[in-house]
Design a protein around this ligand. Structure first.
Ligand code: GDP
Ligand code: MG
Length: 447
């Protein structure tokens, strides 16, 4: 239990309909009796009340909600004051709470207390931050699926299956006379099931990452192919400078669009060509960096003329990676024949709506396989969780190989213990202090 009482403004700064000031900790009952003196607060009820400061001066006519421990967000006594949405009023209420002995909460400290008091596991706490940070509907839904804490329960089940096997195998080692040799086929079947379950959590986690982080698409091509025109057309805006002078775009320009609910960061780049002056060469250098870090390369070529050497070099350079090839300027002549050599190439013009639709569809297909399933199941979210599951899977695969090789069952115990330990980091049964701190560092004050 925390000895101190924390307080913060929970709503964003600025004017609004209401502002919420909250406090949590053992001193809350006392704070409530001082700041809401005229009303006896019932648990979990919204009371309309006069709020006063530490000297008894009126601050607002507002709504006060008291939630006693442990039936509150933090698991401690909490008080929420819903005041008129003036920054001045909210600040004054906070000031009075501090004057009466509360201290200003650190970022995420309310949720941290919820975690420490067993109201939610670490994975669910991180999902709170993901939900607040979500920029698309699908990202919000994915975060919501993780709020319930179902992941920890699922991983604990898998850990229990692993320990059961460990006990079985160790029993046979310790008491070879009394305990029969474990059933190898059954153990192999259980381990396979556990691996499949972990793999499913990982696959769903990849989808979650996609909807949360989006994908980056680098628009690359020789100068004058129409890259900046394409960025503008996809944005429906005149963001990038377009001109018939080759080498106009010298820096990379980033803009974000949404394709089927997935955030797509478009990076317009300087045209790639062999013979460039120094400034242009610096831009081209940056283009190669953008290309290296993008998930998808959108290669734009001038389809109205024969491919230049730079275009051919770029096609060769990107052949082995995720890419969409676009033959532009189809309005100037038939580009189909030139595009025929590249399978799946899109032909047309940035000035044609149908072409833009095809390009969006091609980016979706190459970037994330077309359709993003709605994530309603708990799934891996942090890199740390991915690492832990990968480590567990590696150990389990090792154990399965040992079994399949006909080796004694006691040889798999070490690997199973490693897998068990790794999964403890996902179920939250093992939580290092710096991991906990990292999770809550992402929060804003008042959450
Ligand atoms: N006719 C035609 N001209 C285009 C098309 N796309 C771009 N352009 C022109 O090609 C020139 C170069 O375009 P820009 O977007 O600056 O090319 P970038 O160097 O690849 O960024 C500009 O004059 C554009 O108006 C197209 O589909 N058809
Ligand atoms: Mg350009």
């Amino acid at each position: 239990m925390n000895a101190d009482t924390i307080a913060a403004i929970a709503t964003p700064p600025g004017r609004g309909a209401i502002a919420i000031v909250r406090a949590s900790g053992p001193g809350v009952r006392d704070l409530a009796s001082r700041m809401v003196p005229n009303v006896r607060l019932h648990a979990h009820r919204a009371h309309h009340a006069r709020i006063v400061d530490e000297r008894g001066d009126a601050l607002d006519d507002a709504i006060a909600i008291f939630a006693p421990a442990p039936h509150s967000y933090t698991g401690e006594d909490t008080l929420e004051l819903h005041v008129h949405g003036s920054p001045v009023v909210a600040r004054e209420v906070l000031r009075a709470l501090l004057a009466l002995g509360a201290r200003l909460a650190d970022p995420g400290e309310f949720t941290r207390r919820a975690f420490l008091n067993g109201k939610m596991d670490l994975h669910a706490a991180a999902a709170v931050a993901d939900l607040i940070d979500a920029e698309t509907r699908s990202a919000a839904r994915a975060a919501l699926a993780n709020l319930g804490g179902g992941l920890a329960a699922r991983v604990r089940e898998l850990r229990a299956e692993i320990t059961a096997i460990v006990e079985e195998c160790s029993g046979a080692i310790d008491f070879p006379e009394e305990v029969p040799e474990p059933d190898r086929a059954r153990i192999a079947a259980v381990l396979q099931r556990v691996c499949e379950a972990l793999d499913a959590l990982r696959r769903d986690g990849e989808v979650g990452r996609l909807v949360r982080e989006g994908v980056t698409v680098a628009i690359v091509g020789p100068p004058n192919a129409g890259k900046s025109s394409l960025l503008n057309a996809l944005l429906g805006d005149e963001r990038a400078l377009v001109s018939e002078i080759a080498g106009t775009t010298r820096d990379t320009i980033e803009e974000t669009i949404s394709i089927d609910g997935v955030r797509v960061r478009l990076v317009d780049t300087a045209g790639i060509r062999e013979h460039a002056d120094r400034l242009e060469a610096a831009g081209i250098e940056r283009t190669h960096r953008a290309l290296a870090s993008a998930r998808v390369a959108l290669v734009v070529l001038d389809g109205s003329r024969d491919l230049c050497a730079d275009a051919r070099a770029l096609l060769a350079e990107t052949a082995g990676r995720e890419r969409v090839v676009f033959f532009n300027k189809g309005d100037l002549g038939d580009v189909g024949a030139r595009a025929a050599a590249i399978s799946g190439a899109v032909c047309g013009s940035v000035r044609d709506a149908e072409t833009l639709r095809s390009l969006r569809a091609a980016v979706a297909r190459i970037g994330w396989g077309g359709e993003v399933p709605d994530l309603e199941r708990p799934h891996l979210a942090s890199l740390r969780e991915f690492d832990a599951v990968n480590a567990a899977l590696a150990a389990l695969e090792q154990a399965r190989a040992t079994l399949a090789g006909g080796q004694p069952t006691d040889l798999i115990v070490g690997d199973l213990q490693d897998a068990f330990a790794a999964l403890g980091h996902v179920s939250g049964d093992i939580a290092a202090e710096e991991v906990v701190t990292g999770v809550f560092a992402r929060f804003c004050i008042g959450k």
